[in-house]
Design a protein around this ligand. Sequence first.
Ligand SMILES: [Ca+2]
Ligand SMILES: [Ca+2]
Ligand SMILES: [Ca+2]
Length: 142
Amino acid sequence: MTFTVIGLAIVLSRPALALSRRALADTNRDRIVTLADKKAVQDNLGMVNPTGVNALADVNQDGTISGQDLSAVVKEMGQTISRCEAADITNDGVVNYDDLNIVGNYYFQETNSVNMMADLTGDGFIDILDLAKMGGLFGCTW
Ligand SMILES: [Ca+2]
Ligand SMILES: [Ca+2]
Ligand SMILES: [Ca+2]
């Protein structure tokens, strides 16, 4: 019984799911990790609780733009992201209602460290454009 309860607690406390590490390293969301993404982190090093486009540089979503984010980008340098992967916010290999719901949860919010995975267009805001980017990809797998 104890194990059951502990197991349930672990499931419930699982951190917010996010885009793949590779997709998050693509800070400008152009589906390839380049020096531009590295520069986006470098230009904002030390920033705490970033908002708007700057929040996309908080690759590990810990609320601070640091050397850890820089390392995360460097590690994925040159990697490309498929259209399907770029829209798979939950990072479970399929684009479906779970991903749509995440955009819905943060709809019409400025991008920040918590919701940045829902900013699929990388423009610093979560709105219809992010939903549109998911359009046509429903059901796709990668
Ligand atoms: Ca960070
Ligand atoms: Ca998904
Ligand atoms: Ca957006």
